[in-house]
Design a binder for this molecule. Structure first.
Ligand code: 5RP
Length: 215
């Protein structure tokens, strides 16, 4: 499986243009993209990173990591996903980086999502949906999600996000209307962000393989 991730990550380099500030996601697939970016670092102006983990590796490779506020609108964001449906709508946040990932996706003109074939699903929801919550709202948000969706929220105990918050993973969902669910869950007080990327889906999906498939 990591071979498929490597092929997807390396293919995404095709979308990097000279002088770009590149939005960089988080995870094991993006790790291959970061390594490939390191090999062409002289061609780019820097990166905006979605996590402390990615920031660390980018800096080790000598790539300047810029503040999102200073960088402004980005042309390109490359990130992985936990699930991807045929409309390029995603579940993300398996690595707990969903909020910063969502900010960068929103700031970017083109979101290239890099996945291995196992991430492709007809309907989102087999992968438990991550929701980042303010710690004091954990229990309230869990009750509301149960009532609204019928899904089972499970606290990802011991995990603190880069923003100092907690994660609920919502099990047993079949998300037939991801835009509506994203909108509805976003309204619950205490929700920081929902790991559904449906209102702002990916623009291009690269599925790792020999050769990689570009959707
Ligand atoms: C992190 C994410 C990742 O993109 C997602 O979990 C996929 O990870 P991997 O490439 O390791 O399978 O959303 O919050």
């Amino acid at each position: 499986m990591s071979e498929a991730k490597r092929l997807a990550g390396e293919k995404a380099i095709d979308y990097v243009e000279d002088g770009m500030i590149v939005g960089v996601g988080t995870g094991s697939t993006v790790a291959y993209f970061i390594e490939a970016l390191g090999r062409i670092k002289g061609r780019i102006a820097g990166a905006v990173s979605s996590s402390e983990q990615s920031t660390k590796r980018l800096k080790e490779l000598g790539i300047e990591v810029l503040d999102a506020n200073a960088a402004g609108p980005l042309k390109l964001y490359v990130d992985g996903a936990d699930e991807c449906d045929p409309h390029k709508r995603l579940i993300k946040g398996g690595g707990a980086a969903l909020t910063r990932e969502k900010i960068i996706a929103e700031a970017s003109e083109t979101f290239v999502c890099i996945i291995d074939p196992a991430k492709q699903v007809p309907v989102l929801g087999r992968f438990p949906l991550p929701v980042e919550v303010i710690p004091m709202a954990r229990s309230l948000v869990a009750r509301r999600i149960l009532a609204l969706t019928g899904g089972q929220p499970v606290w990802r105990d011991g995990v603190v996000t880069d923003n100092g918050n907690w994660i609920l993973d919502v099990h047993n969902l079949s998300i037939t209307d991801p835009v509506a669910m994203e909108t509805e869950l976003n309204q619950i007080p205490g929700v920081v962000s929902v790991g559904l990327f449906a209102r702002r889906p990916a623009d291009i999906v690269i599925v790792g393989g020999e050769p990689p498939k570009v959707l």
